[in-house]
Design a protein around this ligand. Structure first.
Ligand SMILES: [Fe+2]
Ligand SMILES: [Fe+2]
Length: 241
C-alpha cells in the first residue's frame, strides 16, 4: 500500500480521495498544476520523507468523508461539467467584480505606504481578464464537445475536432493563472495584512486567499479528472482504421 501511494500520480491520489488535498496543501505540495508527478517525485523536490507523507495520507483516508468527497471520476461528464459551472465558474463570476471594486478602494487608500499594491492591482486585473475569457472558452467550446461524447451515439455523426488541442491551450492558461496567483501571494506576504491595514484591506486579502483555494479545487477537477476523462472517452469512440 505504501509503495502504491508513493508511486501514484498526485492528481490521481486526490481524484481517488478528495480529502487528501488538505494534507498535500498543508505541506505545500501542488497536486493541481503538478498532478502528473508521483508522490515520491514531489516529496523529493520538497525534501520531504515520502513514507511519512504516505502515512499522513492514509490517516486522512480513515477520517469521515466530507461533502467535497464525492468521487468525480464516477459521475457522468455532464454532471461533472454542471458542478464545475455551478460551483466554480459561478463563484468566479460573482467574486471577480467584487474583488475589483475592493482592490480599487484599498489601492487608492494605501498605495502611499504600500506601493506594491499597484503591482497587485495589475496582476489581479490581468488574472481576472484571463479567467473570464478562459471560462467562456470552456463553456462555449470544450464543455459542449465533452457533453456530446456521451449523448451523440450516431455512427455517422460528423467528425469531432481532436480534444487534445483545445485542452492543451486551456491547461497552458491554468498554468498562467497559477503563476499570477503565486506572484500575488508573494506581493502580499502570503496574503498577510500589514499592521496598518484597514478592514477593507483585511477582507481583500482573505478573499484573495479564498480565490486561490477555490481555483486549486477547480483546476484539479479539470486538469486531473475532466480533461483526461474526455480525451479517453473520445479515444474510445474513434473507430480504429
Ligand atoms: Fe473552469
Ligand atoms: Fe479551466
Amino acid at each position: 500500500m505504501k509503495a502504491i501511494l508513493e508511486n501514484t500520480l498526485l492528481g490521481q491520489l486526490v481524484a481517488e480521495r478528495p480529502g487528501r488535498a488538505r494534507v498535500l496543501e498543508r505541506l505545500g505540495i501542488d497536486y493541481y498544476f503538478g498532478g502528473q508527478r508521483t508522490l515520491k517525485e514531489a516529496c523529493a523536490a520538497h525534501s520531504l520523507d515520502s513514507e511519512a507523507v504516505a502515512r499522513a495520507l492514509r490517516a486522512s483516508d480513515t477520517r469521515q468523508p466530507d461533502e467535497e468527497a464525492k468521487d468525480w471520476r464516477q459521475v457522468s461528464l455532464s454532471e461533472l461539467i454542471d458542478h464545475i459551472i455551478t460551483k466554480h465558474h459561478a463563484y468566479l463570476r460573482e467574486m471577480l467584480p467584487i474583488l475589483s471594486y475592493l482592490m480599487d478602494r484599498v489601492v487608492h487608500a494605501h498605495v502611499g505606504r504600500h506601493p506594491e499594491l499597484r503591482l497587485l492591482l495589475l496582476e489581479f486585473e490581468a488574472l481576472r481578464a484571463e479567467l473570464e475569457s478562459h471560462m467562456g472558452k470552456e463553456e462555449r467550446v470544450l464543455f459542449p464537445l465533452c457533453e456530446r461524447l456521451e449523448i451523440d451515439l450516431r455512427p455517422d455523426s460528423p467528425p469531432r475536432p481532436a480534444l487534445h488541442l483545445p485542452i492543451g491551450v486551456l491547461e497552458q492558461e491554468h498554468r498562467e493563472a497559477g503563476r499570477a496567483l503565486a506572484r500575488m501571494r508573494e506581493l502580499t506576504r502570503h496574503f498577510t495584512p500589514p499592521g496598518d491595514a484597514c478592514s477593507a484591506y483585511r477582507v481583500l486579502l482573505k478573499e484573495l486567499a479564498d480565490l486561490e483555494a477555490d481555483l486549486r479545487q477547480h483546476i484539479h477537477k479539470e486538469n486531473n479528472i475532466l480533461y483526461p476523462r474526455a480525451i479517453a472517452a473520445q479515444a474510445a469512440r474513434t473507430p480504429r482504421k
